[in-house]
Design a protein around this ligand. Structure first.
Ligand code: 5AD
Ligand code: SF4
Length: 473
């Protein structure tokens, strides 16, 4: 009986955390870091929002009406908070991410059920902000606490490092943010305003995070940044390194089987980075390199600082050192003033380059950005029609790319059990999902596989012989 009570007390001290993340991989990474910061405070993650004592909406500001969607989501969360309150259960609500950064105190003014608004640079302060918010409510003061300061420097270091257990739970592929913010100021984009100026983490911090991850079984590292190839962190020699040099250093870390990085800007693909693609077997032949559009006039109006031909030349320079590299890109259709001929130039560029995968969007006006003030906004139906044509073309290229992999012998990093028992799932070097018959004991290994077929969203593989000699382990 006593023992039972002890256990009950033990579990009742733990609280449940639900994080809903919108948008990019940076947010997925930040969601994990928030969970890490809150774990020592007694929070365990749950996938059931109704069970959550703390709900965090980790928002993205890039899409159209992002803020409106968050306010409508907050309306639903408020109802949940009231229902739980009626049962005597407290629920705290936090809004994080770029909408939090952009809207700040306005969020609490419009939705007083929100307890904390926290910008991307202040996640390490979450426990303090939550207790401050709770105190304010308890003392009947105006609810809500806002922290949207911009001191990037202390954020990374202050975030608790993931525990061994958490690292294992997250599997063999991990993200490491090396850079935040952007100085490019593409005229359609809010990132330079919401995430601020570029900041690069120093080499020693990145190295120790990567070493800790590999020590816990991580085999693939994806370096993240809004403009990751602009990374120029300080090395142990006191000089600013390039991303190419960092990748070279990381490829020497024992256990690192695969390296990737995203998202890159064409202007920041320097010679050292391109050479790394030719030299480093760990650097996977897949590059997300957004071009956005194919018309030089539109590229200029977007302030992309490169022409369509610059992009095509760059692709060929990369292909000359790594011929099997697969490319992926983001596209915006219907930028203000885009004519049918200018849209056609985007299709021409897609035909010429050939992409393995893409993300494509209708232009959406973001208040405060230069493009929002431009003339010639394109009607929605026109954008929808153009997007449809573009997506038909890139989908055909994606399928053709996958089809070309059939019959190829390659390697897969085994990441998880497959859909059925006796099956494993993983990725090819070109980031394609692949399933094969195999034992879960192979998870974490890079194994040779022949691709024998395609299913709707993944490749089917057959494992060959024994696992290859591990490259660097
Ligand atoms: N409208 C449409 N798409 C946008 N993106 C960024 N801002 C906008 C906008 N205002 C797209 C770009 C970028 C991706 C992350 O989101 O293609 O590369
Ligand atoms: Fe936005 Fe990317 Fe342009 Fe930076 S480079 S302003 S993040 S679209």
């Amino acid at each position: 009986m006593d023992g039972k009570r002890e256990i009950d007390q033990g579990t009742s001290n733990r609280r449940k955390l639900f994080v809903k993340s919108y948008g990019c991989q940076m947010n997925v990474y930040d969601a994990s870091r928030m969970a890490d910061v809150l774990a020592p405070e007694g929070f365990d993650e749950t996938s059931e929002i109704e069970d959550a004592d703390l709900i965090i909406l980790n928002t993205c500001h890039i899409r159209e009406r992002a803020s409106e969607k968050i306010f409508s989501e907050l309306g639903k969360v408020r109802v949940l908070k009231e229902e739980r309150a009626a049962q005597g259960r407290e629920t705290m609500i936090a809004v994080a991410g770029c909408v939090a950064q952009a809207e700040g105190a306005e969020i609490i003014r419009r939705q007083p059920a929100v307890d904390v608004v926290v910008g991307p640079q202040s996640y390490h302060r979450l426990p303090d902000l939550l207790s401050e918010a709770r105190e304010k409510r308890a003392f009947g003061r105006r609810p809500g606490v806002v922290d949207t300061d911009f001191p990037v420097e202390d954020k990374f270091d202050a975030l608790t490092q993931p525990t061994a257990e958490k690292t294992r739970a997250r599997g063999v592929s991990a993200f490491v943010t090396v850079q935040e913010g952007c100085d490019k100021f593409c005229t359609f984009c809010v990132v330079p305003y919401t995430r601020g100026a570029e900041f690069s983490r120093p080499v020693d911090r990145i190295l120790s995070e990567v070493e800790r991850l590999t020590a816990h079984g991580v085999r693939e590292i994806t370096l993240l940044g809004q403009n990751v190839n602009a990374w120029h962190g300080i090395g142990p020699d006191g000089k600013a390194w390039t991303l190419g040099r960092l990748l070279r250093r990381l490829s020497d870390v024992p256990g690192v089987a695969r390296l990737r990085y995203m998202t890159s800007h064409p202007r920041d693909m320097d010679d050292e980075l391109i050479a790394a693609h030719g030299d480093l077997p760990q650097l996977m032949p897949f590059l997300h390199l957004p071009v956005q559009a194919g018309s030089d006039r539109i590229l200029e109006a977007m302030n992309r600082r490169h022409t369509a031909q610059d992009y095509i030349d760059l692709v060929w320079r990369i292909r000359s050192v790594r011929p099997d590299i697969a490319l992926s890109s983001d596209f915006i259709v219907g930028f203000p003033g885009e004519t049918e001929a200018e849209f056609q130039a985007t299709l021409d560029l897609i035909e010429e380059v050939g992409f393995a995968s893409t993300f494509s969007f209708k232009y959406s006006s973001r208040p405060g950005t230069p493009a929002a003030e431009m003339d010639g906004h394109i009607p929605h139906e026109v954008m929808a029609e153009r997007l449809g044509r573009l997506q038909t073309l890139v989908e055909a290229q994606r399928q053709a790319f996958n089809q070309e992999t059939v019959g190829v012998t390659t390697e897969m990093l085994v990441e998880k059990p497959g859909r059925y028992s006796g099956q494993i799932g993983g990725k090819t070097p070109w980031l394609q999902a692949v399933h094969a018959d195999g034992d879960v004991s192979l998870i974490g290994q890079v194994v040779p596989v022949r691709i024998v077929g395609l299913s709707s969203n993944s490749l089917l593989g057959e494992l060959l012989d024994k696992p290859l000699q591990e490259r660097r382990a």
